[in-house]
Design a protein around this ligand. Structure first.
Ligand SMILES: [Zn+2]
Length: 174
């Protein structure tokens, strides 16, 4: 699947709830996981591949390949400022404020409700990907200076003035 990048209107549209838990949804999950690992990234949401559905896939390195439909974030706790990157804003990373721990309630591939959550990278992924389903990008959560700095770096990379930073070994892009 082609990953949409900044400027693509698909990234800004709030995604629709999943109502059909069928074979097509399984295929979508498999294709999204393949695209995510290929990128490589730690998370990928429907709108990032032009699919307006409230779904995302992720793997923080411990969960293994995972899928959530219709996620709702609950019980946010603490605050953490850490570097974040996005497959749809390829290149830059920027420190982004997130809840340090959070729970995510959603449905699995069969539509059964389940809950997943925690802290660290997993908490960050759950917040980053749920944001995508509302048309929100991590740059929206930065102050003006942070956002300008990301946009300027992105432009320098696009113009070939600057090399993209070497891939984050922790693969934080989602
Ligand atoms: Zn992203």
């Amino acid at each position: 699947m082609r990953i949409r990048t900044l400027g693509d209107p698909a990234l800004r549209e709030p995604a629709r709830r999943v109502t059909q838990f069928d074979r097509r949804l399984r295929t979508l999950r498999d294709d999204m996981l393949e695209t995510m690992y290929d990128a490589p990234g730690v998370g990928l949401a429907g709108p990032q591949v032009g699919i307006s559905l409230r779904v995302f896939v992720f793997d923080d390195g411990e969960t293994g390949p995972s899928f959530v439909a219709n996620p709702v974030l609950v019980a946010p706790d603490g605050e953490l400022l850490e570097e974040e990157g996005c497959l749809s804003i390829p290149g830059p990373y920027h420190e982004t404020r997130r809840s340090s721990s959070i729970m995510c309630r959603g449905q699995d591939i069969d539509g059964a409700p389940f809950e997943i959550g925690g802290e660290g990278l997993l908490a960050r992924i759950l917040q980053h990907e749920t944001d995508h389903l509302d048309g929100t990008l991590y740059i929206d959560r930065l102050d003006d200076e942070g956002r300008r700095s990301v946009m300027a770096e992105l432009r320098r990379i696009e113009l070939g003035i600057e090399e993209p930073p070497s891939r984050d070994p922790l693969r934080r892009d989602g």
